[in-house]
Design a protein around this ligand. Structure first.
Ligand SMILES: Cc1cc2nc3c(=O)[nH]c(=O)nc-3n(C[C@H](O)[C@H](O)[C@H](O)COP(=O)(O)OP(=O)(O)OC[C@H]3O[C@@H](n4cnc5c(N)ncnc54)[C@H](O)[C@@H]3O)c2cc1C
Length: 604
């Protein structure tokens, strides 16, 4: 097991190197937190990650959850971990003081989740899900629901879930069929409903590491309109409190635990609701607004998925780096034949592989923290509506780039190990498997592409892209102050112009051929957009690194860190940014042929 899974230096550098107009307007977006208090929080999170989460990393994978006698058994370390995360205030950190929270800014919360997920992705997911579910209850639930559910959830004693997916309703949630029938015409304290239906793939949907499971579940009230407008949100617990406060069985049956490729330390479950007609759900907020409520939380969940992918790519990179320094094999082409073999990090191709992993992992981290900054500025000053537009525009990218590129990056980590990478002697094969889920859950890549091109680019008459352009222009102007970055700054300007041209061309396609053609290659557009955006992040980081290098009295280790940053930026601009050109060509020349290939040409 690798003992190094992340770099604290890199995390704090990335957090503090945010740039752009909105940061200069709201420099105190992290509230009262200063670098010293932040270091203390991060250190405490790291200690917990190292001592509690990381030691279970392999064991949780090798001994996945089992369904026994109707309930799911998970690793024995899950319960004490959740108790510690509850007692020490990690689960409640984002909540207001009333719930013993600290109102922690999103940026810091994202960093903490990064630390936990680099230590052990599967283990980190349990508390993250509870936080998201509890936040939904806090945002939209009644006082009574909040008082009943938040204390045990935030204490790590009750698990929270997001229960959306059904066998016939995955991507297309509008088709979901779980039904809610009002009890006593819905006049009870929280609006009680009898729930019947089936859910699948529900993460942490049941397990013995907690005393209860609280599903934030989407269902359709009987007689509600078809489609997304008829969906409501309910709290559906595994055990419901009765009038006397005792917990009674709520008729939620676990039908199966799915066997997964990776992320095997946390269960995903099939659930049957109301088999004995005794499953009660409590309405959250108003009827028929369930998907809207979910979507208000979705931005955050999507950033968390991007961060999960970033964390796994980071941990895999650190394993690969350790190995490449230690493994001796071969010699330089020009070295004498009888000379000693060199560590493989000495070979250009191996360094290319390491640079690629850093470019992906650190570029992704930077983008997600940029989004976290926009969230925090908006929370501090809701009049900064442009930050909302930027966040909306960047969220599909922050979800998808780390997830799609993380697959290639963890695969490259395996490559660094040669044959050992393919075997389970080292953790990289697990990282590769753990990574794969991220392009699927919280909206597949295809759906994110359509969201970016179909919704985000067109909202507010296309204003968001203009705002992004301004942010990128600010980064370009700052980078031009350093001669070393002037070529990269120019390359990013060209990339921006290329993307604008492609966007305009697609606009013509929409006019001439309609929306199906416009969206046919949306995933490719998202890929191209993602490369440009990560280029912006690398230029920003290279600028911050050169500013830091200009300071006097730097320690040698710090100077090497900043120089390394500039080298990775150079790598990104030489090896990754040019990939936009190929995508631009495809997007121009494809003629959206995928739309017209007849289905019956896909012969067996
Ligand atoms: C490990 C894991 C954890 C999960 N956790 C949860 C959870 O906690 N809660 C929960 O509710 N769900 C969860 N899910 C479910 C997950 O969100 C769904 O799997 C996902 O939304 C995709 O739905 P689906 O599997 O039905 O695929 P489908 O919707 O059948 O999609 C299959 C493929 O078709 C494409 N596709 C579908 N429709 C379109 C379209 N209109 N246009 C273009 N392409 C399309 C998709 O992009 C995808 O590539 C989890 C799944 C997994 C595997």
């Amino acid at each position: 097991m690798a003992d190094k899974f992340m770099s604290m230096k890199n995390l704090t550098f990335t957090l503090h190197s945010r740039g752009g107009k909105y940061r200069s307007i709201t420099p105190d977006y992290l509230n009262d937190h200063n670098p010293k208090t932040i270091d203390m929080v991060f250190k405490a999170a790291f200690d917990l990650g190292k001592k509690v989460l990381h030691p279970m990393f392999e064991e949780m994978d090798r001994n996945p959850p089992q369904l026994t006698d109707g309930s799911v058994r998970v690793h024995k370390g899950v319960r004490p971990m959740l108790e510690t995360l509850g007692e020490d205030g990690w689960i409640s950190a984002l909540f207001p003081e009333r719930w013993e929270g600290e109102n922690m800014p999103s940026s810091l919360l994202l960093c903490i989740n990064f630390i936990f997920a680099t230590a052990n992705y599967s283990a980190s997911v349990y508390a993250g899900l509870t936080m998201g579910a509890a936040n939904l209850i806090l945002s939209f639930g009644s006082e009574h629901l909040q008082n009943t559910y938040l204390p045990p959830m935030l204490a790590g004693k009750w698990q929270g879930t997001m229960a959306l997916t059904e066998p016939e309703a995955g991507t297309s949630l509008g088709d979901l069929a779980t039904e809610a029938v009002p009890i006593e015409q819905g006049k009870s304290e929280d609006g009680q409903y009898k729930i019947t239906g089936e859910k699948i793939f529900i993460s942490a949907g049941d397990h013995d590491g907690v005393d209860n499971v609280v599903h934030l579940m989407l269902a359709r009230i009987k007689g509600a309109p078809a489609g997304v407008k008829g969906i409501s949100l309910f709290v559906v617990p595994k055990f419901r409190p009765d009038d006397k406060g005792n917990l009674v069985d709520n008729d939620v049956t676990v039908t199966q635990v799915f066997h997964k490729l990776g992320y095997r330390g946390a269960p995903i479950t099939g659930l049957r609701l109301g088999e004995k007609e005794n499953c009660i759900g409590y309405l959250v907020g108003e009827e028929h607004r369930g998907l809207l409520y979910m979507f208000q939380m979705m931005n955050n969940a999507r950033l968390e998925v991007g961060m999960g992918a970033t964390s796994i790519a980071t941990a895999a990179y650190h394993s690969a780096l350790t190995y490449c320094r230690a493994r001796c094999q071969g010699r330089k082409i020009t070295a004498p034949k009888d000379s000693m073999p060199v560590p493989i990090i000495g070979h250009a191709d191996v360094r290319r592989m390491l640079l690629f992993q850093r470019a992906v992992a650190e570029g992704s981290l930077s983008l997600i923290l940029q989004c976290g900054m926009y969230e925090d500025i908006l929370a501090k000053d809701p009049s900064q509506k442009d930050c909302h537009l930027l966040l909306e525009l960047l969220t599909p990218v922050a979800k998808t780039y780390p997830s799609e590129m993380g697959i290639l990056s963890t695969s490259t980590a395996i490559q660094c190990f040669g044959g050992y990478g393919y075997c389970d002697d080292f953790p990289v094969e697990q990282h590769f498997r753990d990574m794969r889920i991220h392009t699927i859950h919280e909206g597949t890549t295809g759906i994110q592409g359509m969201d970016l091109l179909g919704r985000k680019l067109t909202m507010d008459a296309g204003r968001a892209l203009g705002l992004l352009k301004q942010e990128m222009e600010a980064a370009i102007a700052a980078a031009q102050q350093h001669q070393e970055l002037s070529e990269m700054a120019l390359d990013l300007s060209r990339a921006m112009a290329m993307l604008e041209k492609t966007t305009l061309n697609l606009g013509d396609v929409a006019m001439e051929k309609g929306p199906d053609a416009y969206l046919a290659d949306a995933s490719l557009f998202l890929e191209m957009f993602g490369i440009m955006v990560i280029g912006w992040q690398w230029l920003t980081m290279a600028d911050a690194a050169l500013v830091a290098l200009g300071k006097e009295g730097l320690k040698k280790k710090d100077a090497l860190f900043y120089k390394g940053k500039v080298h990775v930026a150079r790598y990104f601009f030489s090896y990754e940014l040019p990939k936009m050109e190929g995508l631009a060509t495809t997007l121009e020349k494809s003629g959206q042929m995928t739309l017209t290939v007849p289905e019956d040409c896909f012969t067996d």
